[in-house]
Design a binder for this molecule. Structure first.
Ligand code: ADP
Length: 641
C-alpha cells in the first residue's frame, strides 16, 4: 500500500470510529511493517473502546440505581414524617384520654363521696342513740359496707394515679422500726378479736432512721400485713425485718409470714394482677378490691424493689417486700430536739407495759425518771422534791380517760402549779372530747393511741418549750398529737381564731382555757342539705352553736353579719365556690388587717393536690369527706378558741 492509501484508510477508520476494520496485510511491498503496526494500534483502540463502553454502561446502570435509591429515600422520608405526625397525634390523644380518665375518676370519686358522707355520717349519729342489739348490728353492717365501698374508691383512685405516673415519692427521714411497730399496734385489736398472734421480729444489725417515703412504705406493709390478718383464722402473722448494710444504704427485706389459708401455686402469679381475687368465696367474706397487691407492687417497684410471694395451700403464705433505702445517720438530737432532755425530771404514773416502754425511751434521753404506780405515790414524791429542782414533768398512762383520772389530775393541779408540775396524759384508747376535758382539768399535754419513741420525746420537749415561752404565767397551751404534727410539718397555713379586733395571721390557734366552757359559733357552708345536717349534728354533740350557708356567697354575707369561731367550707358549690368565698372572707378589709377566722375545707375531693390547693387558697385545714367522727371532732377542736 502506498503511504497515501494507508493515510486515507486511517482517516476513514478515525471518522467512522469503526475499530473492527483492519488494513490488508497481504501486501508484499515495503509497507507491510507499517500496515501491521497500524493494525495493532487499531486493535488497541478497539479494546479501549470496548472497555470504555462497558464502563459507560456500568455508570449508566449505577446512575439509575442512585436515582431509584433517591426516590426510595424520599418516599421513606415522607412515610416517616407521616408516621411521626400520626404518633404525635396518638400520643396527644393518649395524654388527653389519660387526663380525661383521671378527671373522670376524680369527678366520680367526688360524686360518690358526697352521698357517702351522708350515709356514713347519719349511720354514725344513729349508732350513738342507744339502739338495741339488733339495730346496732344492722347499723354496724351499714357502716362496715360503707367503709368497704370507700376503700374501693380510694384504691381505684390511688391505682389510677400511680399507674398514670402522676405521683412522686416523698422521701424524708423516718424511723422504720417505729413505722412497723405502729402497724402491729394498729392490727392488734383485729388479731385479738380473731384469736391469732401478731409478732414483730427485727434484725439487730439495722439502723433506726432511713430516708424514704414513710407513708407509702407503711401503705405497702399495711396492705401485706392486713391481708395476712384477713386470710388467717388460726396461728399467727409475723412481720420480719432483715437486711444488709452497704455503703450508707441498707438492702431491706420485710417478710409478712402468715399461717392462714395459703394460695395454690398456680394461682400465685395472678395475685398481683389488678382486680384479681384468688378464692372468690373467702375473699367475698373477707372483702377487698383486688387492687391492694397491684398497688403495693407498683409502689415497691418505684422504690427500686419489688414484692414476691410464696405459699403452701392450706398452710400459709409469705410475701416478701424488698427495697433499698439510704441510712440516715444524723444524730436524733440534732434533728428533732431543740431542747436537750438530759437531766430533766420526769415522773411516770401507772403500772402497765406502756410505762415500762416510756421509762426505757426516757432513760435513753438521759432524763431523771421516777416511776410511781399511782397518783398517791406520785403526789408524795412530788411533795418531797424541792421546788427549785423543777419542773417535774408528770406523765400519766392509762387505758381510758375516766372521770376518776381527771378528778385526781385536778387534785394534783390544786397542789402544784403547771409550771412546777406540768402534766401529760397518755391514753391508749382515746375518745372524742378527751382533749377538752384534759384542758379543763389542767393537763398540759394529751396523747391518745399507741405512741412511738419520737412522740413521747417530742411531747416532753414541747411541754418544756411551752413552759419557757410562758415564763410568767400558768397558761400553758395544750400539746396534742395534732399540735406535734403541725409543728413537725410546718407546712399548713395556720391562722388565729377570729377575735373582736382582727389581727394578722398568727402561727397557732390561740388557746384560751377560760373560754372552753362558752358555746362556739360555727358556720357550715355546704350545698348538700344532708351533709349540712351531718356536720350540724356532730357539732351539736360538741356543744357548738351552728349556722348554715348554702353557698360561698351566702357564707361571705353571713361572716359580714356576725362573727364565727370556725368556718367549715365545702369547695364545689353553685353561685360561689369555697375557694372564691375563702378569698372574699380573707380579703375583706377590717381596718388594715385581713380576717383570720379558721376556715376548714370539708370536701369530697380526696387528692393530696386538693389539700394543697385548699391551703394555698387561704384555708387553714383540710378534711376529706366522708370523714370519721373522731377526725371531724379532732380537726374542729383543734381550731376552736
Ligand atoms: P384484696 O383487697 O382483695 O385483698 P389484694 O390485691 O390485696 O386484694 O389481694 C389479692 C388476692 O390475693 C386476695 O383477694 C386473696 O385472694 C389473695 N391473697 C393476698 N394475700 C393473701 C394471703 N396472705 N393469704 C391468702 N391469700 C392472699
Amino acid at each position: 500500500m502506498t503511504g497515501t492509501e494507508i493515510a486515507n484508510a486511517i482517516l476513514k477508520i478515525s471518522e467512522s470510529m469503526d475499530y473492527s476494520c483492519r488494513l490488508p496485510e497481504n501486501t508484499t511491498d515495503s509497507s507491510v511493517e507499517i500496515v501491521k503496526a497500524v493494525n495493532t494500534l487499531i486493535e488497541n483502540a478497539q479494546a479501549r473502546d470496548v472497555s470504555l463502553n462497558e464502563r459507560l454502561a456500568d455508570l449508566l446502570d449505577s446512575r439509575d440505581d442512585a436515582h431509584t435509591a433517591n426516590l426510595l429515600l424520599r418516599r421513606v422520608k415522607k412515610q416517616l414524617h407521616e408516621r411521626t405526625t400520626e404518633l404525635d397525634n396518638a400520643l396527644q390523644k393518649a395524654d388527653e384520654a389519660s387526663t380525661a380518665k383521671s378527671q373522670f375518676l376524680a369527678n366520680m370519686s367526688h360524686e360518690i363521696r358526697t352521698p357517702m358522707n351522708g350515709i356514713l355520717g347519719m349511720a354514725e349519729l344513729l349508732r350513738r342513740q342507744g339502739l338495741n342489739k339488733k339495730q346496732t348490728k344492722q347499723i354496724d353492717t351499714i357502716l362496715n359496707s360503707g367503709r368497704a365501698l370507700l376503700q374501693i374508691i380510694n384504691d381505684i383512685l390511688d391505682f389510677s394515679k400511680i399507674e398514670s405516673g402522676k405521683f412522686d415519692l416523698d422521701p424524708k427521714r423516718f424511723n422504720l422500726k417505729n413505722c412497723l411497730s405502729d402497724i402491729v399496734e394498729l392490727l392488734r385489736p383485729t388479731t385479738e378479736r380473731k384469736g391469732i398472734a401478731i409478732n414483730l421480729d427485727i434484725a439487730p444489725n439495722l439502723a433506726d432512721y432511713y430516708i424514704g417515703d414513710a407513708g407509702r412504705i407503711r401503705q405497702v406493709v399495711m396492705n401485706l400485713a392486713g391481708n395476712g390478718v384477713k386470710f388467717t383464722d388460726e396461728g399467727s402473722v409475723t412481720i420480719k425485718l432483715s437486711g444488709t448494710n452497704i455503703d450508707g444504704e441498707s438492702d431491706l427485706c420485710i417478710d409478712l409470714i402468715d399461717t392462714g389459708i395459703g394460695i395454690k401455686k398456680d394461682s400465685l402469679p395472678a395475685v398481683f394482677e389488678k382486680f384479681s381475687q384468688v378464692d372468690a368465696s373467702y375473699t367475698r367474706r373477707a372483702q377487698g378490691s383486688g387492687l391492694g397487691l397491684t398497688i403495693s407492687q407498683l409502689l415497691a417497684q418505684r422504690m427500686n424493689g419489688g414484692i414476691t410471694a410464696d405459699s403452701e395451700f392450706g398452710k400459709g403464705s409469705t410475701f416478701t417486700f424488698k427495697m433499698r433505702l439510704p441510712i440516715d445517720a444524723e444524730p436524733f438530737d440534732e434533728v428533732v430536739q431543740k431542747i436537750s432532755l438530759e437531766n430533766k425530771n420526769v415522773v411516770l404514773v401507772g403500772a402497765n407495759d406502756e410505762v415500762t416502754r416510756a421509762h426505757s425511751i426516757l432513760m435513753q434521753q438521759h432524763c431523771i425518771v421516777t416511776t410511781t404506780p399511782g397518783f398517791g405515790e406520785a403526789e408524795a414524791f412530788l411533795s418531797a422534791m424541792p421546788e427549785e429542782n423543777g419542773p417535774y414533768i408528770t406523765v400519766i398512762h392509762d387505758i381510758l380517760s375516766s372521770d376518776e383520772t381527771l378528778r385526781k389530775i385536778c387534785s394534783l393541779r390544786e397542789k402544784f402549779t403547771a409550771k412546777r408540775v406540768p402534766i401529760a396524759l397518755c391514753i391508749s384508747n382515746g375518745t372524742p372530747g378527751d382533749a377538752k376535758n384534759c384542758e379543763k382539768s389542767g393537763v398540759q399535754a394529751y396523747l391518745s393511741g399507741p405512741f412511738q419513741d419520737d412522740d413521747l420525746v417530742q411531747l416532753i420537749t414541747q411541754i418544756l418549750e411551752n413552759i419557757n415561752a410562758h415564763d410568767g404565767d400558768n397558761k400553758i397551751e395544750l400539746v396534742t398529737r395534732h399540735s406535734l404534727a403541725e409543728s413537725a410539718s410546718n407546712n399548713s397555713i395556720k391562722t388565729a381564731p377570729d377575735t373582736t379586733t382582727e389581727t394578722e395571721t398568727s402561727a397557732e390557734p390561740e388557746t384560751d382555757t377560760t373560754a372552753s366552757t362558752s358555746t362556739h359559733r360555727i358556720l357550715i357552708v355546704d350545698d348538700s342539705i344532708v351533709n349540712q345536717e351531718v356536720a350540724k349534728d356532730f357539732l351539736e354533740d360538741l356543744d357548738c352553736d351552728v349556722a348554715v350557708a348554702n353557698n360561698g356567697e351566702d357564707a361571705v354575707k353571713a361572716t359580714e353579719a356576725s362573727k364565727f369561731d370556725v368556718i367549715l367550707m365545702d369547695c364545689q358549690m353553685p353561685i360561689m365556690d369555697g375557694f372564691a368565698a375563702t378569698a372574699a372572707i380573707r380579703n375583706r378589709q377590717n381596718g388594715a388587717t385581713k380576717s383570720s377566722v379558721p376556715i376548714i375545707a370539708l370536701t369530697a375531693n380526696a387528692f393530696e393536690s386538693d389539700r394543697e390547693k385548699c391551703l394555698a387558697s387561704g384555708m387553714s385545714d383540710f378534711l376529706s369527706k366522708p370523714f370519721l367522727p373522731l377526725d371531724f371532732e379532732a380537726v374542729v377542736q383543734k381550731w376552736l378558741p
